[in-house]
Design a protein. Structure first.
Length: 261
């Protein structure tokens, strides 16, 4: 049995773990021997042994074989430090992105206050001397106003509010004295706004929306989701045909409010 490599090549493979694994090391201690040993009073004794990774006694015997010239020894030891921390083959890094958009409502109402002064001019009444007494001084026809803006809306849940300053409509505050059975000093009017939007908290395509304040109402409110579109506002003062109008100046205000909630 050959115990020593002679005339051949011994290849040593160096292996480093490429994938995550626990630290390993090489610790090999081998003895082998063959031949004969002369023992006093006994004579020559044959020797043929292999000892792999011996304990204390095996090491003593292996070293003794070397001392008697019949054995050999092979030692291989390799070691490397383990990972500094537990290896993580997959790493998830979460980036939290944030920002803020301010709530806003917009309504283009012209370039100055004059654009918002709606003047009906002369509100015609029946002034002919050939009118029947039951028709004299009554309105000839309705007074109307049409307002349109191409830019209106809010970028969050919001409400549209229309409010008159007086439920009586346009009021003649200096009417003097008059027969209340035959005359009145106010002109009721309605306000209707229309636009394209969505219902409150709805996430869907916009559809036609409207808000109406009748001739007898003071205010009305509509809540809805974010929207942007043109808006049309129609003001109609129906003709008063049961009473005459007292002469004078008739005034009123209507406020449109867009309010983000």
């Amino acid at each position: 049995m050959k115990k020593i490599l002679s005339g051949t090549v011994a290849a040593i493979a160096l292996i480093a773990a490429a994938a995550p694994a626990a630290a390993q090391n090489t610790d090999q201690h081998h003895y082998a021997g063959t031949g004969s040993v002369n023992v006093p009073f006994i004579g020559s004794l044959p020797v043929d042994y292999e000892i792999t990774n011996p304990g204390a006694i095996g090491t003593i015997l292996g070293e003794a074989g070397i001392g008697f010239g019949v054995g050999t020894r092979y030692i291989a030891h390799a070691d490397a430090p383990n990972d500094s921390e537990t290896a993580t083959p997959t790493v998830n890094v979460v980036f939290t992105l944030k920002g803020t958009v301010n709530k806003d409502c917009s309504f283009y109402a012209g370039n100055n206050a004059n654009a918002r002064n709606i003047d009906f001019g002369v509100i015609g009444v029946r002034t002919g001397d050939n009118e029947n007494v039951n028709s004299a001084f009554e309105m000839v026809g309705p007074a109307t106003a049409e307002i349109e803006t191409l830019t209106a809306g809010c970028n969050f849940n919001n409400e549209v509010v229309i409010t008159k300053n007086n439920a009586a409509g346009l009021v003649n505050s200096a009417a003097g004295g008059y027969d209340t059975d035959e005359f009145q000093a106010n002109i009721p009017y309605s306000v209707n706004a229309s636009w394209t939007g969505v219902a409150m908290n709805a996430v869907t395509g916009g559809t036609g929306q409207s808000l109406n304040v009748s001739t007898t109402q003071l205010t009305a409110t509509k809540q809805q989701g974010a929207w942007r579109s043109d808006m049309e506002i129609d003001i109609v003062a129906p003709a008063i045909t049961n009473k005459g109008l007292v002469a004078g100046s008739y005034n009123g205000t209507t406020t449109l409010t867009l309010r983000a909630l």
